[in-house]
Design a binder for this molecule. Structure first.
Ligand code: NDP
Length: 273
């Protein structure tokens, strides 16, 4: 009987050894009594499609996709969910009866972490998003669906931010584009979606964007606060790293695959310890 079989999932990337996804999905499977396996899958840089085809042939039910394959996953999908189309990238695949369904749970994970875990509703708020790369693009539609008053995109390369804004014409009156130094006013939420923290850089925004009611979230996470988090905290903001986003995007993927949404609070607490 099929319910006595273990359904197989994995995360595909290169490199992949660092991925926390197997730990997260194993915890969700235990908590929701789901009989699944979830492992790391290292795909050759020129072998993403072949890897997916092999997984399907081996009976896998789905996969997460991480760096550098999210764009290839987008192209390979035979059906795309709206939020994957808006993101231009896919981080969750469902293998279903010959179809490869592509979704993107990164943005919904970010929003869930801000709204549910940090307790900051976004309706009517001013949001500043730093960066205009893949992670920023994936966050756009889920953030805009929360009905913020304004979403300002600030990026090192202005043209990239302008191109990103143009892809959301239905929300044009709520979106503004600025260079880092030109950002004005105080924000309720500041999201660092640049990879500047990787090189211990802070985007050169005015410190006046922060106040004590501001939530400053760096999508990056590690063993200690990022330089962006230190900068924001130094100017009075409440800070948060990207671990909650990671845990929430995984919960969303798990819910898509298994039809049951795991509770994230205990896992996030234990991972922070
Ligand atoms: P991309 O390479 O697509 O985009 C990088 C962005 O960062 C661009 O906007 C780029 O600006 C900007 N940037 C890079 N270096 C600097 C710098 N020194 N100063 C200012 N801006 C800089 O990366 P991603 O969008 O995929 O990832 C961004 C971050 O989000 C990474 O740290 C990644 O780890 C994190 N992330 C976290 C997730 C989570 O679950 N927590 C999920 C996905 C991503 P320009 O256009 O000028 O080049």
């Amino acid at each position: 009987m099929s319910d006595t079989l273990t359904d197989k999932y994995c995360v595909i990337g290169n490199p992949i050894a660092h991925s926390k996804s197997p730990q997260i999905h194993a915890a969700y499977a235990v908590a929701t009594h789901q009989n699944i396996s979830y492992e790391r899958c290292l795909a050759p840089l020129d072998g993403f499609e072949a890897t997916v085809r092999r997984l399907i042939a081996e009976g896998y039910r789905g996969a997460n996709v991480t760096v550098p394959f999210k764009l290839e996953a987008f192209q390979l999908a035979t059906r795309l969910l709206d939020r994957a189309r808006a993101a231009g990238a896919v981080n969750t695949l469902v293998f279903d009866d010959g179809e490869i369904i592509g979704d993107n749970t990164d943005g919904p994970g970010l929003v869930a972490d801000i709204v549910r875990n940090a307790g900051v509703p976004l309706a009517g708020k001013r949001i500043l998003m730093l960066g205009a790369g893949g992670a920023a693009r994936g966050a756009m539609l889920p953030l805009l669906l929360e009905q913020p008053r304004e979403l300002v995109i600030a990026n090192r390369t202005l043209a990239t931010a302008e191109a990103l804004a143009r892809d959301f014409p239905d929300y044009a009156e709520r979106i503004a584009v600025r260079g880092f130094a030109e950002v004005e006013g105080v924000f309720d939420v500041v999201i660092n979606a640049t990879s500047a923290s990787l090189s211990a850089d802070v985007p050169p925004i005015p410190p006046s964007v922060f106040c004590q009611d501001t939530l400053a979230l760096d999508m990056m996470y590690g063993n200690k606060p990022t330089v962006f988090m230190e900068f924001a905290a130094g100017h009075g903001a409440r800070v948060r790293d990207g671990l909650g986003m990671l845990v929430e995007q995984a919960a969303e993927a798990f819910a898509i695959w298994r039809g049951v949404r795991p509770d994230t609070a205990d896992l996030l607490k234990s991972m922070r310890q």
